[in-house]
Design a protein around this ligand. Structure first.
Ligand code: 3PY
Length: 254
């Protein structure tokens, strides 16, 4: 099966997404319905958001039923966490803090059914996610679900070419905020930007996709121009806070 985010990759269109941190199918659908077709994925954030694994199934269904790919960021790259996210029907998973080739291989192993990996069998709910799953799930999961690791540390960047070359890794996802903190450099400064560009280049040199988290459309547009394939534009809470402040300002005549 072809998921919406993979279809965007195949057309070589930038795959736009946004970050869902509020455990609400209503929020996901409210954004996706009017923009239908324009977002090809939504990141369901169980690392830092308010979302936990009991929310996965409802959120995955809400996103998939609006024609976008639900991608779950698990709290950490543990086998049981990946299994629960995939079993809920995610079209892909993101793991934080990939520091090495070994980390990347472990994530691939946990995310794939045997003989490639060790994923346990039990996708009772993935089968009923709208659009792409059904009976085809078992045969296609290994090839179709995206395995995405985050590059967001100095160690990760130092071996990013090796991480990119790992079989089964589909996307290198830059977390610019953590990257700056973990490298102890200024976000947007020269070293930070060099690490981002090295990751972008490494992904493409291995025939993989490069993704990045942005905080607004302008930032996302400049990453699109640099050749990023998968771009998160903004978070749900970012839109709410900024939109409310803007309208409050307007109400006060500012
Ligand atoms: C980062 O910028 O560190 C991220 O992981 C996106 O939330």
């Amino acid at each position: 099966f072809n998921t919406p985010v993979r279809a965007a990759f195949q057309k070589q269109d930038p795959a736009y997404g946004f970050w869902l941190t509020i455990p609400s199918a209503g929020v996901a659908k409210t954004v996706l319905r009017p923009s239908r077709g324009q977002f090809s994925w939504v990141l369901i954030d169980a690392e830092h958001g308010l979302i936990n694994d009991t929310h996965y199934y409802e959120l995955v269904n809400a996103v998939a039923s609006e024609g976008a790919s639900p991608i779950i960021r698990v709290p950490w790259g543990e086998e049981w966490m990946l299994k629960r996210a995939l079993d809920a029907g995610a079209h892909g998973i993101v793991t934080p803090m990939c520091h090495s080739e070994e980390d990347a291989k472990k994530i691939v192993k946990y995310s794939k059914y045997p003989p490639i990996g060790t994923r346990g069998y039990g996708p009772m709910f993935a089968h009923s996610v709208p659009g792409v799953f059904g009976a085809e799930y078992d045969d296609n999961a290994n090839d179709s679900l995206l395995v995405i690791v985050q590059i967001e540390s100095r160690q990760g960047v130092e071996c990013v070419e090796k991480i990119a070359a790992v079989d089964g890794i589909d996307v290198l996802f830059i977390g610019p905020f953590d990257l700056a903190k973990q490298m102890d450099v200024q976000r947007g400064g020269e070293e930070h930007e060099a690490a981002i560009q090295r990751t972008l280049k490494a992904a493409h040199a291995s025939g993989k996709k490069a993704a990045i988290f942005c905080t607004n459309g302008e930032d996302a547009n400049s990453r699109r121009a640099q050749g990023f394939d998968m771009i998160s534009i903004i978070t749900d809470v970012g839109v709410l806070a900024e939109g409310m402040l803007r309208e409050l300002g307007a109400a006060k005549g500012q």
